[in-house]
Design a protein around this ligand. Structure first.
Ligand SMILES: [Zn+2]
Length: 461
């Protein structure tokens, strides 16, 4: 989930010509809807990629969820407009989805902690409903690495629960064990903004640090996660917190949805020193398919758009009061094509003449400082960099779908194959692609399980 990063993540329509695809390079190939084909691809290469994609276990470590899409009447057995659901997982050959109990950072108060806890529990419960009541013959909840393999071998899809933000732990370290019992298998100690456990990457802009890394309670939570076998996720916390977690954790750590700073300089990404620490821990970074972390817009672009909005008095329109009852179920219209650009309601609400002027001036900005528009090729550029820097055993893939993720060529779980196709184009072997798509992450999870067993047996403290 990328909330709180302004225009980060799935962009609000920022380009005048909302161009579809990467002009000139993207074509739809018959038989493979949405396939991001290139003129240089031969039939044999695509077929080989298809074979590899079908044989390896394809696992995505970060998909956000809305409990409203986990009810008997409205759920993931339907082709919802969500980027992840069972029909789209099937279309794209995505086998394993880490569904996320995410709560945004709020005030560090008893009320704040209580609200966060309730929101998190609603998400844990949602995943249990899907896998136990709504669709147990189609998807199973994995609590162990062995479960992942067993459920996948049975032909079902696999759900795993990840926890985003330690805020919902509140001040009670026993909540970590409760969340583990509810199925949580990784947890990030912070999101955007410091939690009671750790500083956040967002502190970097103003060098505002509450703890210079982890709080004393945060350190305790890391120990508790090791004891239970819950993976430590360093994706949102600050660099200081990340380095302390590597030093403290007895198990390898993960970055569940991040990218690399040398390729795209964003505070959510890992620099070379962090990558080296991650390697030494035996961990894995799951490169995220979220545009603003993969490719950085020219810095002048954001300022120019902000100026334009101010001059033309673009304001978010007043929210209409929600009608009573549950919101309508967002079932996708047949043949709908996914759009990465969402209409900007503030611009849509302008009078016609000012709206036209906005369009004209935005086109000038587009020409001068074009939006970066990341694609699957950029995602794999980040993978290539990690492989070169710390080796093939320390990299994986995540999308952040339904939380800001989605790039050209990988707009939903339905076109996950495009990522494998690009990996094959770059010369990765089936064994390497198997590691990238799931082998590395499952190795790290297995190590976390082993550390917990050793601690329980008193062989390790
Ligand atoms: Zn996130």
């Amino acid at each position: 989930m990328a909330h709180g990063s302004g225009l980060g993540g799935r962009r609000v329509a920022g380009t005048a010509a909302v161009a579809l695809g990467i002009a000139g390079a993207a074509v739809v190939t018959a038989g493979f809807p949405g396939l991001l084909a290139q003129a240089s691809d031969d039939v044999a290469l695509v077929a080989r990629a298809r074979g590899i994609h079908d044989r390896v276990l394809v696992l995505d470590t970060h998909n956000d969820i809305d409990p409203g899409h986990f009810t008997p009447a409205c759920n993931y057995t339907q082709r919802l407009t969500t980027q992840v659901n069972l029909p789209k997982m099937t279309d794209g050959g995505l086998d394993v989805s880490f569904m996320i109990a995410y709560v945004g950072q709020g005030p560090l108060t008893p009320e704040g902690y209580d609200n966060a806890y309730r929101m998190a529990v609603a998400k844990f419960d949602a995943v249990h409903r899907l896998t136990e009541q709504i669709a147990p013959t189609q998807i199973g909840l994995a609590l162990t690495v062995a479960d992942v393999r067993r459920i996948a071998a049975s032909g079902r899809k696999v759900a795993v629960i990840g926890i985003e933000n330690g805020y919902q732990v509140g001040l009670d370290v026993r909540r970590v064990a409760e969340f583990y019992d509810r199925g949580g298998r990784y947890m990030s100690l912070a999101h955007n903004g410091a939690s009671q456990l750790a500083d956040s990457n967002t502190g970097e802009a103003t060098q505002t640090w509450l703890y210079g890394g982890l709080s004393p309670l945060g350190r305790e939570v890391v120990g508790e996660m090791n004891r239970l076998g819950m993976m430590v996720d360093v994706s949102h916390p600050s660099k200081g917190a990340m380095m302390q977690m590597v030093a403290l954790s007895k198990a390898p750590i993960i970055a569940s949805h991040s990218a690399v700073r040398a390729v795209a300089n964003h505070s959510r990404n890992m620099d070379d020193e962090m990558l080296m620490a991650l390697k030494q821990s035996g961990g894995v970074i799951q490169i995220v398919g979220l545009g603003s972390f993969l490719k950085i817009d020219p810095p002048q672009r954001a300022t120019a758009i902000a100026d334009l909005r101010r001059q033309l008095e673009v304001r978010p329109p007043r929210r209409a009061p929600l009608p009573p009852g549950p919101p309508p179920c967002p079932v996708e219209a047949p043949g709908a094509t996914p759009a990465l650009d969402e209409p900007d309601p503030g611009v849509a609400a302008l009078p016609a003449d000012r709206r036209a002027e906005y369009g004209r001036r935005l086109a000038v900005i587009d020409a001068q400082w074009p939006a970066a528009r990341a694609s699957v090729r950029d995602l794999v550029d980040h993978i290539d960099y990690v492989v070169k820097q710390i080796g093939i055993d320390h990299v994986g893939i995540s999308s952040d779908f339904d939380g800001g993720g989605g790039i050209e060529g990988w707009t939903s779980a339905a076109d996950t194959f495009n990522v494998t196709l690009e990996l094959v184009r770059r010369g990765y072997t089936e064994e390497q692609i198997g590691k990238i798509w799931s082998g590395n992450l499952l190795r790290v999870w297995g190590a976390a399980e082993r550390v917990a067993k050793e601690m329980a047996a008193g062989r390790r403290r």
